[in-house]
Design a protein around this ligand. Structure first.
Ligand SMILES: [Zn+2]
Length: 293
């Protein structure tokens, strides 16, 4: 579906609501709070009432529990923004969104993007199995702390550079052909890095592939490392090229579209990029974001 097709399909707020109803309650409208199927339709449009879970009757609309609940922005604007964020592999900035949909203000577009990013948090997390790659990377940092190697002379926080001082550390694990999990970490102490691995990787993992960082030596899991400095990249199964590709995508997104992302918001961007990666084969990604279903 193209953006034009999307806009034609969801030309009115009613069309958006009808879609939410159909998606959430394909068979029969039921109470989102208690699941009761004997609900009553009220005269107010798109409103139902459940008398089972509240003595005075609980009133609800198809928006309840979705990210579009309690907002003043038109539903069709939300639908468009969600569509754009799901479609754009490298991410799309609030400014681009503002220009594309003609939202009231840049601030509005920015707010919507952040709310959508928060909704992209995966709530059904499963520990990674099979062959899992783990690698950390650095984002940002001050130009003066770099030892050369910065791309373009450091005009932007999220460009490369080898120095690590003042940078934000992000660690990630990716199951081959499976999901990615990425997280901000405060330091590169062994307990921190091992703690991350143990919290996201299953005990039943076949192999954990890392670089030769000494902190990965005692993971307590089947483990092999590659020596990047000796260019031993592809040692049968032992490489970290999938997680490294993910970092490249994230960094390109940061440089290209998210000029100056503050550290406080970085977890939201990690959500967004991880969500899109993990939903890459999922045709219903749009539905998942919009209604959390
Ligand atoms: Zn109820």
């Amino acid at each position: 579906m193209t953006l034009d097709q999307l806009m034609a399909r969801f030309a009115t707020g009613d069309a958006c609501k009808a879609y939410l109803v159909e998606m959430r309650w394909a068979q029969r409208v039921s109470c989102p709070r208690c699941g009761n199927k004997r609900v009553h339709i009220l005269s107010r449009p798109w409103t139902w009432q459940c008398k089972k879970c509240s003595p005075n009757g609980y009133r609800f609309s198809p928006l309840v529990g979705t990210i579009v609940e309690n907002t003043n922005y038109p539903l069709r604007a939300w639908f468009q923004v969600i569509y754009l964020m799901c479609q754009s592999k490298k991410g799309i900035s609030a400014l681009q969104i503002h220009r594309t949909i003609g939202s009231g203000s840049y601030r509005t577009a920015w707010y919507m993007c952040h709310r959508i990013r928060a909704a992209m948090q995966s709530d059904e997390f499963q520990k990674l199995t099979g062959v899992v790659e783990v690698h950390e990377t650095y984002l940002g940092g001050k130009a003066k702390n770099r030892h050369g190697g910065g791309i373009g002379g450091g005009k932007n926080m999220y460009e490369g550079g080898r120095g690590t001082a003042g940078k934000t550390i992000v660690i990630g694990a990716i199951a081959r052909k499976g999901n990615v999990v990425a997280s901000l970490i405060e330091n590169t102490k062994e307990a921190t890095m091992v703690g991350f691995v143990r919290s996201v990787v299953s005990e039943k993992v076949k192999l954990v592939a890392t670089d030769e960082h000494e902190n990965y030596k005692d993971l307590g899991l089947p483990h092999k490392s590659v020596n990047h400095s000796r260019k031993q990249y592809v040692h049968v199964n032992v490489h970290t090229s999938n997680i490294d590709s993910f970092w490249s995508l994230l960094k390109r997104g940061m440089v290209g579209t998210f000029y100056k992302v503050s550290k406080a918001y970085l977890p939201l961007y990690l959500n967004e990029f991880s969500f899109r990666y993990n939903a890459r084969k999922d045709a219903d990604i749009f539905d998942h974001v919009i209604a959390g279903v």
